[in-house]
Design a protein around this ligand. Structure first.
Ligand code: URA
Length: 232
């Protein structure tokens, strides 16, 4: 890998700032000052900038139990971001795989592997995501039968032209729905229940594909095991 790219991958510097830092003679490779940005370096080379050894972080795969009032967005806003809860080097490189709303809790995956992320979020792959929704109004009897059918057929959300993919609805009690969807449109679960004339007052993502939170408490995270990574 080129030295300027190595620097950009391992620091906050952009590629052009990294190039300039090398050209200014700020970078040592194996103890020798190198000023040519195109110099090739191997992962085993000792690259130092500002007196610190730089190391490539590789691809990471993480699950987080997201609490309310945490944002999945990459930009800093009103609330702490999901990546701010992850205590790994260069957490800002991690991307959320399928965002949750700020008031939704539950399973969030983060990774710096864009292809893996795409396999989970692409509607073509039909990766199931299970949500538990607390509803403002009870859903039972004939209304429930109709809702199950409408969701199974696909429902047209307000402002959209394509119906949702078939989804599975089951009730845990009169106000608690378990909904399995295979895509991730904007506010999808809330909008699906709104289309029935109901309202989601609390929402939790229970699982993504075969992955569940297990014993992770809100705010806790862990790296995925190999078999969990290759499940997608
Ligand atoms: N659907 C929603 O409405 N909100 C979420 O956070 C996730 C799915």
């Amino acid at each position: 890998m080129r030295l300027d790219r190595f620097l950009a991958e391992t620091t906050e510097l952009t590629r052009s700032l990294a190039k300039r830092a090398v050209q200014r003679g700020e970078v040592n490779v194996n103890g020798v000052r190198i000023k040519q940005a195109a110099t090739q370096v191997a992962p085993t080379d000792r690259v130092e900038w500002q007196g610190q050894r730089l190391e490539l972080v590789g691809l990471r795969y993480v699950m987080l139990h997201k609490p309310v009032d945490v944002e999945c967005s990459a930009r800093r806003g009103l609330y702490p971001r999901a990546v701010d809860l992850i205590d790994l080097p260069r957490p800002e490189r991690l991307q959320v795989v399928g965002r949750l709303d700020v008031d939704t809790t539950g399973l969030v995956l983060l990774t710096d592997d864009g292809q893996w992320s795409h396999r989970i979020t692409s509607p073509r792959r039909r990766c199931p995501k299970v949500y538990h929704a607390t509803l403002a109004d009870p859903l039972a009897g004939e209304a429930l039968t109709q809702a199950v059918e409408r969701f199974a057929e696909g429902i047209l959300l307000e402002g959209e032209e394509k119906p949702t993919l078939p989804a599975k609805l089951a009730m845990q009690d009169s106000h608690t729905a378990e909904l399995t969807i295979h895509e991730g449109r904007y506010h999808q679960v809330k909008r699906m229940f709104a289309a029935l004339g109901n309202r989601v007052v609390a929402l939790h993502r229970h699982s993504v594909g075969p992955l569940e939170l297990g014993g992770l408490e809100q705010g806790q995270w862990r790296e995925l095991r190999d078999e969990e990574i290759i499940a997608f």
